[in-house]
Design a protein around this ligand. Structure first.
Ligand SMILES: Cc1cc2nc3c(=O)[nH]c(=O)nc-3n(C[C@H](O)[C@H](O)[C@H](O)COP(=O)(O)O)c2cc1C
Length: 205
């Protein structure tokens, strides 16, 4: 009896490993296909977007990296959304965030927001957490009023942005939202392709 139980456990572990391997391989090839479109000579930003602000939240640096690149290409001001208390790490982060999303009780954030009136266009970036925006960004959206400005959302994620775009647009008060762009976590070897992806996106705004 014990023997069959052990076989069953072994089978389940192997099945889970195979599923994870299949998923990772699929994501790898999808990313490769997408980024191959952007390889080659550097694309220049030709569009003048006026006075630009980049607002972002980033816990482990991926969204910050994209935000900084947008800033460099558009000569933008930049504003980082910051939580009053540090976010937990590991399992406590994942479980805590899940609860925050369920209960809509988001972490407290600093509220020294820039005056959006001063800008022609605002990029707003967030990591994807549990298939939606990171909870500090949901806290920001609860409190911010975009005053009719054009807001361009962007996300960074492992591979699945879930309902990020829909949720962001539904919660961005008085924003004219446009041209969402998503950035999967990918190898640094695609660095210049990511720059071209951003440049093409900006030129299309
Ligand atoms: C709590 C938590 C939940 C996450 N949920 C998702 C998810 O639903 N889908 C996904 O593709 N990636 C998910 N990720 C991965 C992050 O979105 C991704 O690594 C992101 O680029 C991190 O951005 P940052 O470095 O700016 O914090 C999650 C990460 C954390 C910490």
């Amino acid at each position: 009896m014990l023997k069959y139980a052990l076989y069953a456990v072994l089978f389940l572990v192997l099945a889970a490993l195979a599923a994870a391997g299949f998923h990772n391989t699929r994501v790898h090839f999808k990313n490769k296909k997408e980024m191959s479109r952007y390889e080659g000579a550097q694309i220049a930003v030709q569009k003048d977007l006026g006075k630009v602000l980049v607002v972002y939240y980033s816990l482990s640096g991926k969204t910050k990296d994209i935000a900084e690149r947008i800033k460099a290409k558009t000569n933008a001001d930049i504003y980082e959304i910051k939580t009053k208390e540090p976010m937990p790490s590991g399992r406590a982060l994942y479980m805590g965030v899940r609860k925050q999303i369920k209960t809509k009780k988001y972490p407290e954030i600093e509220t020294n927001f820039p005056d959006f009136e001063n800008y022609d266009l605002i990029f707003a970036g967030s990591p994807v957490w549990w298939y939606t925006a990171a909870t500090p960004v949901l806290a920001f959206l609860e409190q911010a009023d975009f005053k009719g400005k054009k807001v361009v959302p962007f996300s960074t994620q492992g591979s699945n942005e879930g309902t990020f775009e829909k949720d962001f647009k539904a919660n961005a008060k008085n924003a004219v939202t446009a041209s969402y762009q998503k950035f999967n976590n990918i190898s640094p070897k695609y660095n210049s392709a990511v720059d071209n992806k951003i440049a093409e996106w900006i030129n299309g705004l």
